[in-house]
Design a protein around this ligand. Structure first.
Ligand SMILES: C[S@@+](CC[C@H](N)C(=O)[O-])C[C@H]1O[C@@H](n2cnc3c(N)ncnc32)[C@H](O)[C@@H]1O
Length: 265
């Protein structure tokens, strides 16, 4: 049942998606009319409703990926849910994990990490920019419908990770900054034994610089588990035709995954 302050996902007849929060007295407007929030509040999730211009809409609960794609306020480039899926699996994020996220940006990945580590885990999200920390906080508060201080498994801090952090023993570290080769020593010192780190980079030159430094200077400190790129292609069925969609997000970035080695002696 939809309640006030729940998010709703409306899908129109062309497949366009809209996500918003339900408020008493609220009205959703789009190019095919208006919908009073009251016509959704206290109704079963999955109902079909009609706009003031009698246009059909499906009303569903948005998934976290839909919240991120259609509702998240963006202060910069986010990591797309298709790539976040890979990060969660390849980084082996588990309930109870202590995770450091370096460069939390708008908080897209942070939201998935919080869900994955659960109440007994901890996400420490850092960003050098005060304005980005503010955007991330707003997005996280909006999603959880509560002040950031009440989200007990999150600590969000403005800092330059190149200067280090007063915390360690992280099970996992995720680095999403443009020059991660500058923070390898810091990553090594905050990771617990056999901890896993992933780096997210948009261009091959950055990947080369990072992996080259890992090979030349960090062979004894990190095992390079893999370099990955993920494609997601949507398909469409229309009557007798079943084919890939004309458009796709062709490139987002590369994921580099390393495991910490212990130096003996
Ligand atoms: C591409 S954004 C991260 C997006 C984020 N992963 C998301 O999914 O929304 C990169 C962020 O790294 C931050 N950053 C860059 N250098 C940094 C540093 N040395 N320490 C901490 N944060 C840094 C930037 O301010 C920026 O917000």
């Amino acid at each position: 049942m939809f309640k006030e302050k729940d998010f709703v996902l409306l899908i129109d007849t062309k497949g366009r998606k809209y996500v918003f929060k339900l408020q008493q007295g609220g009205v959703f407007s789009y190019h095919k009319g208006q919908v009073a929030h009251e016509s959704i509040i206290n109704k079963e999730e999955g109902i079909i409703i009609h706009s003031s211009l009698n246009e059909k809409l499906i009303a569903l609960k948005p998934t976290l990926a839909e919240f991120v794609l259609y509702k998240l306020k963006r202060g910069g480039q986010i990591i797309y849910p298709k790539d976040i899926g890979q990060i969660l699996v390849l980084l082996d994020i588990f309930p109870g994990a202590r995770v450091l996220e370096c460069g939390c940006g708008s908080g897209a990945l942070t939201l998935f990490l919080l869900r994955m580590v659960g109440e007994n885990g901890k996400v420490v999200a850092v960003d050098i920019r005060e304005d980005m920390i503010e955007v991330a906080k707003q997005n996280i508060e909006n999603f959880y419908n509560k002040p950031i201080e009440e989200i007990k498994n999150l600590q969000i801090i403005q800092l330059d990770f190149k200067q280090g952090i007063n915390d360690k023993n992280f099970d996992r570290v995720i680095v999403d900054i443009s020059d991660p080769w500058e923070v390898l020593e810091n990553v090594y010192s905050v990771l617990s034994a056999s901890g896993i780190v992933s780096f997210w980079l948009p261009t091959v030159l950055q990947v080369f610089s990072l992996v080259d430094k890992l090979e030349k200077e960090y062979k004894d400190k990190f095992y390079l588990q893999g370099i990955y790129e993920t494609f997601q292609r949507h398909w469409e069925k229309k009557e007798l035709s079943l084919r890939p969609a004309h458009r796709m997000v062709a490139h987002t970035g590369f994921l580099i995954v390393c495991e910490k080695l212990s130096i003996v002696g």
